[in-house]
Design a protein around this ligand. Sequence first.
Ligand code: 6R9
Length: 631
Amino acid sequence: MSNKIQTLSGYIHEYAKSVQDPEHFWSRIADSFHWQKRWDSVVEWNFKGPDVKWFTNAKLNITENIFERHLYTLGDKPAIIWEPNNPDEDVRTITYKELYAQVCQFSNVLKAKGVSKGDRVIIYMPMVPEAAVAMLACARIGAVHSVVFAGFSATSLADRINDCKAKMVLTSDGNFRGSKKIAVKEVVDEAIERTESIEKVIVLRRTGQDVNMKSGRDIWWHEAVEGVSTENKAEIVDSEDMLFILYTSGSTGKPKGVVHTCGGYMVYTTYTFQNVFQYSQGDVYWCTADVGWITGHSYIVYGPLLAGATTLMFEGVPTYPDAGRFWAICDKHKVNQFYTAPTAIRALQAYGTEPIEPYKLDSLRVIGTVGEPINEEAWHWYHDHIGKGKCPIVDTWWQTETGGIMISPIAGVTPTKPSYATLPLPGIQLAILDNDGKELTGNSVEGNLCVKFPWPSMLRTTYGDHERCRQTYFSSFKGYYFTGDGVKRDEDGYYRILGRVDDVINVSGHRMGTAEVENAINEHPKVIESAVVGYPHDIKGQGIYAYVICDMEGRSEANLIEEIRQTVTKIIGPIAKPDKIQIVPGLPKTRSGKIMRRILRKIATGETANMGDTSTLLNPEVVEEIIEGAQ
Ligand code: 6R9
């Protein structure tokens, strides 16, 4: 772990080196991995294409760096500790050796069922160790995984299958979440009806509920692995071969398949995991995310396992069987690093400190957050009641597209400040640009957050549509990667993320495009037009406010609103269900027909005293009517 930064001056020194000579800096980090063939050049890039390559022509397999590289020293050490939804069910502890055997075995299964290098495999599974086995088995044979969060609807799943033309789906019968048992296989069946590329479905038995197994297509996981060898020689791939696709929402209607490649992603997730969390051998690290999101990819599976860490995986929810569950797990497994989302902190904060009282929480050394800005109140609550005033909070800013943590304190090294992600990690060259594209230098500035130099785990493209990648991230400000976030750099040079500046809303840490939600609402036959905005929500960070024009004939407003909610659940999933739906007579539009979202945002926030200039509107009278009916 020689790459670990341990002092503030060490950080300053490393950061300076990473900017002065990035090639030398990253090649030194990359040297600690196992490459079948070394790279010709560290980085080749331009942000025009964009065209970014790290460790060109190097050959490797990421799973060899998890297993073969660690087995002699860490073989008997727990790789995954799995805590089930129900605390009375047995914990599973899987050592590196055991996980290796399972991954090899499942790699052989995938191959036998017709998956080969470059094929896309959808993983639609609950939070069980087999989800990690599935990801790693794909990586081992050079197949490309695309994990879809198991809360997404059949329509969302079908869209993703069709977009990447996946050959196989790995799933389960059902999913335990708190007191609920959720059907999973059923959703897969419905989705596959709208697709043409799926040849096989492998189904893990988890809940034991009844499912339909289509003969010739569907296979039980336990039957598929029976008698299959636990030895497998890893497929050697190129550093720039695809590792995975992960779909994420943008400001346009359709989610994009963000593409990550092998070499750079491996190097960067490991480096950031080791540094940000200051993991030491023997520690137990726990990230509460779901593997369906990028946080689960980089900081439950790849980063920790590449670093030889013990990663805890939790199947359930923070409030089951009660609001002390997270803290019970921390004590039970003596968790040293705990990483969660502000929305979970706020939700638990609402229960007061009573649920925390039975627990010591004395194993915790580092606590972290990710996914959305953390408000100062939640930061202090987390710091005082969970960290007991002695654990540094790592507020980590990053994105699906960045692959790994970009701005964050290094635990115990970087002095923290409530609500600040603090400073960029080594290798990350940030820039703040004003709306005219001028870089704002110096401190005490505010603007659009951009990055001006590539980093190893950045996205390479959006699957099947490179132009969309260029348009979305590299066209707003020429020569820069644009994050979509607003940021402030304060008088100390510290960064505070201000939230999205585009039409993306962040609900409980989940990204959603307003257009995506509008499209779903518009599927209801009585809806004529809709506009969706975010508004501040105490627990979720942002809530979804939908203004909808409907054909009301023969319908009650309450029924329609409920039906619209169900339509959104059906089309996207429960996470996109609007918190507020207001039926309106019209939407404020400019003369060119554009919806004036600025006005709708103000109404949703309750800031109706000063509506600004509405004179350019085609229909200014509608504003008053909307204000009157606002919720
Ligand atoms: C990792 C992840 C990315 C968006 C990002 C930003 C918001 C994430 C944050 C944060 C403030 C933090 N975000 N971390 N905002 N402080 N520490 O969440 O990826 O799901 O792609 O979301 O989340 O707005 O642009 P993703």
